[in-house]
Design a protein around this ligand. Structure first.
Ligand code: CA
Length: 445
């Protein structure tokens, strides 16, 4: 199609052939080119989405909770709840873990090694960050390490430095744990925190602006703020956080009113921040992250009033999408916007799952709402592949997306190979034809 367009364009002037024809021929040619242009532009706007499948990448992990990679790096780093980070390289899980934090991590309830991200300048500084619950204090720790200069598949354990600690209450749930850098904002580390448990956020922490729980935090980690202390890395406060110099508000807070943001992600092309917040009684929700936003918990659960005794915040930012517990599920696992190179039609499609009902869904965010809500469960889950219990999605260094199951399996979202895809389309057409014939017969009866 593109080739035809290029050949024809040689003879075009003002969009139409310059050779003189009669009126009738000119109208016909104009109609043809209008049709051609419409076809090309439609094709460019919405390449068809082929049938999808999950291709198993590796199995045998112990409660994997996350998968990620440095930009344009062909390895995939898998985070296990118990404290190990393992590398899949060329289809093989390397026998030596990249990092072993099992001696430092508490794993009871929703505690564990919960998140990981690579520094945008990883190629130069070999720096990465982890989020875990400390075995002794039971508090959240975000720490930075460096990969070994001599052995790139092993982290240098002695390089550990603490970026921030966040005090946690005694409850073992709502520890969130995602951390990440927004594309194009290399200095600032985003840290999602839950309300710390238990139910109904008993201390109302998510709305308390002197608490770092129930928040999206943002700190500047562009330099070691304690160069004389090999155990502390620290951080600075970037411009544009909520407090903006107000001493009555924690300087780290970017946005607030979250219950258990599990999981969050940046659209690697647009930088849009997606925050999936796990609900309590009734609603699972997906929010768009913006500086100063209040997502409402505990007063609101989605758009539903959860705690009528509290004053309703006037600045409540409702989710872009929510579902109730009588519908899609009861515990959301947020995913990613697809920006991989393999499947044109999927560009801009956001994937998420529900941990309780084993559903995988997708939609597109238009900037004001969502469109193309699609149930992907039948395509992406199967008894022999990824069967469910989606603990996270993962994104590799090239924008490919993965399903991570807590039962130990990891698979990549791919297109069904074309001959099979055609076969499936053909089978679908045959089924429709049979159905039409059956209806015709029924109408005749
Ligand atoms: Ca230091």
């Amino acid at each position: 199609m593109l080739f035809i367009e290029m050949r024809l364009s040689i003879n075009l002037e003002n969009g139409y052939p310059s050779i003189k024809f009669g009126l009738k021929e000119t109208i016909m040619i104009k109609s043809f080119f209008t049709l051609l242009a419409a076809t090309i532009s439609t094709t460019a706007w919405a390449a068809p989405i082929p049938p999808l499948q999950t291709r198993l990448v590796a199995t045998g992990f112990d409660q994997p909770l996350f998968a990620t990679a440095p930009n344009r790096d062909s390895r995939l780093f898998v985070v296990e709840k118990g404290g190990l980070i393992k590398i899949i390289q060329n289809g093989t899980v390397l026998p030596t873990p990249f990092l072993d934090l099992s001696g430092s991590v508490d794993t009871s309830g929703e505690r564990g090694l919960l998140g990981m991200t690579f520094d945008p300048n990883f190629v130069d500084n070999r720096r990465f960050y982890v989020n875990y619950i400390n075995k002794t204090t039971l508090d959240t720790v975000v720490a930075t390490y460096q990969a070994s200069a001599a052995q790139p598949n092993v982290a240098d354990a002695a390089s550990a430095q603490t970026v921030i600690t966040i005090a946690q209450p005694e409850f073992s749930n709502h520890k969130a744990g995602w951390i990440g850098f927004r594309p194009g904002e290399a200095n600032n580390l985003y840290i999602g925190t839950g309300d710390g448990g238990f139910r109904d956020d008993p201390q109302n922490r998510a709305q308390n602006l002197t608490e770092n729980l129930g928040k999206m935090l943002r700190v500047d980690v562009s330099a070691d703020r304690f160069p004389g202390d090999t155990t502390r890395y620290g951080y600075a406060i970037p411009a544009g956080n909520l407090a903006n110099g107000n001493p009555g508000i924690n300087a780290e807070i970017y946005a607030y009113g979250l219950r258990n943001p599990y999981r969050d992600s940046f659209d690697r092309e647009t930088g849009t921040l997606y925050i999936a917040d796990v609900g309590q009684n009734n609603r699972e929700e997906i929010n768009i992250g913006s500086a100063g936003a209040n997502y409402g918990w505990r007063v609101f659960e989605g758009t539903r009033l959860n705690f009528p005794d509290d004053a309703q915040p006037p600045n409540h930012t409702p989710p872009i999408f929510e579902y109730d517990h009588n519908g899609l599920g009861a515990s959301i696992t947020g995913g990613y916007v697809y920006r991989g190179l393999e499947i044109d039609g999927l560009q801009g499609t956001y994937f998420f799952a529900d941990f309780v009902t084993d559903q995988v869904m997708s939609f597109r965010f238009t900037g004001t709402g969502i469109t193309e809500l699609t149930d992907r469960t039948a395509e992406l889950l199967s008894p022999t592949g990824i069967s469910g219990q989606i603990s996270s999605f993962g994104e590799d260094g090239f924008g490919n997306l993965y399903l991570v199951s807590i039962n130990g399996r990891i698979g990549m979202i791919t297109a069904v190979p074309e001959p099979e895809g055609y076969a499936m389309m053909l089978a679908g057409m045959v089924l429709i034809a049979l159905w039409v014939r059956r209806r015709e017969r029924m109408c005749q009866d």
